[in-house]
Design a protein around this ligand. Structure first.
Ligand code: UDP
Ligand code: MN
Length: 251
């Protein structure tokens, strides 16, 4: 049978949330055998996300867990890098996989897809055959047009990476997928709330894989099929102090 791709997406309310999730849902509709696990950073599930998922006709699971206040991002954008984002939400997604799936019965691949990135539908067929951990380049991240693995003879030999380049795996969350069985065989791996910024991916990957075991995808990591786009916060200064005049889909 064809492995299912489990896509884990943390998301939180801000004015662009519905636009981001709409774009993602339309990409994912182009992909067969994809199960979208959406985890809201919130004390409750919201109508906005619920309606969007129902309308998408995708196979999905909807969860929620709020990031504790102490780990929320400060409003001051200059301090916006102090805490890693989406950590508890991705971990709840991992817990759902462990509780609900049996790797002996269900072949699968796990991918962490942030809600604001841009995904080519072809990326999912690249990752579907992942036996350990597959890797590929990510556009527009790490201070580069493209950050990613460098491949020789079918193996990852080094990295085109400059920002914090001494990380054990200097790649972005969008740049790898994990075989479901491999993940379920490591029942304790999780992302860390207190990890240094940029180390989230490395700390997880070094628990489950070595560099020589990585499987390069996207034509030996020569093609970009995902971009770390970041949406500008819209100017809403004509709204009345955040009490929106027209409230299309507030949660
Ligand atoms: N996120 C979240 N709660 C937050 C901030 C971010 O759930 O308080 C989610 C966000 O929706 C995204 C992921 O965590 O799916 C990564 O966040 P972001 O895209 O802001 O990170 P960056 O692009 O700066 O790496
Ligand atoms: Mn992002």
């Amino acid at each position: 049978s064809v492995p299912t791709i489990y896509v884990i997406t943390p998301t939180y309310w801000r004015p662009v949330q519905e636009a981001e999730l709409t774009r993602l849902s339309h990409t994912f509709q182009l992909v067969p055998k994809l199960h979208w696990i959406v985890i809201e950073d919130s004390n409750t599930t919201t109508k906005l996300v619920g309606d969007l998922l129902r309308r998408s006709l995708l196979t999905y699971t909807r969860l929620h867990v709020a990031t504790p206040q102490a780990y929320k991002l400060p409003a001051n954008p200059k301090l916006s890098w102090v805490h890693p984002r989406g950590v508890l939400q991705r971990n709840l997604g991992l817990q759902w996989l462990r509780t609900n799936l049996d790797a002996e019965k269900q072949k699968g691949v796990v991918y962490f897809a942030d809600d604001d990135n841009t995904y080519d539908q072809a990326l999912f067929e690249e990752m579907r055959s992942t036996k350990t951990v597959s890797v590929w380049p990510v556009g527009l991240v790490g201070g580069l047009l493209v950050e990613g693995p460098l491949v020789e003879g079918g193996k990852v030999v080094s990295w085109n990476s400059v920002w914090k380049r001494h990380r054990p795996f200097p790649i972005d969350m969008a740049g790898f997928a994990i075989n479901l069985r491999l993940l379920l065989n490591h029942p304790n791996v999780a992302f860390k709330l207190k990890a240094e910024i940029g180390y989230q991916e490395s700390l997880l990957l070094k628990e489950i894989v070595t560099i020589s075991e990585l499987e390069p995808r996207a034509d030996n990591c020569s093609k970009v099929l995902v971009w770390h786009t970041r949406t500008e916060a819209p100017k809403l200064d004509q709204e009345n102090n955040g009490s929106y005049i027209f409230q299309p889909n507030l949660p």
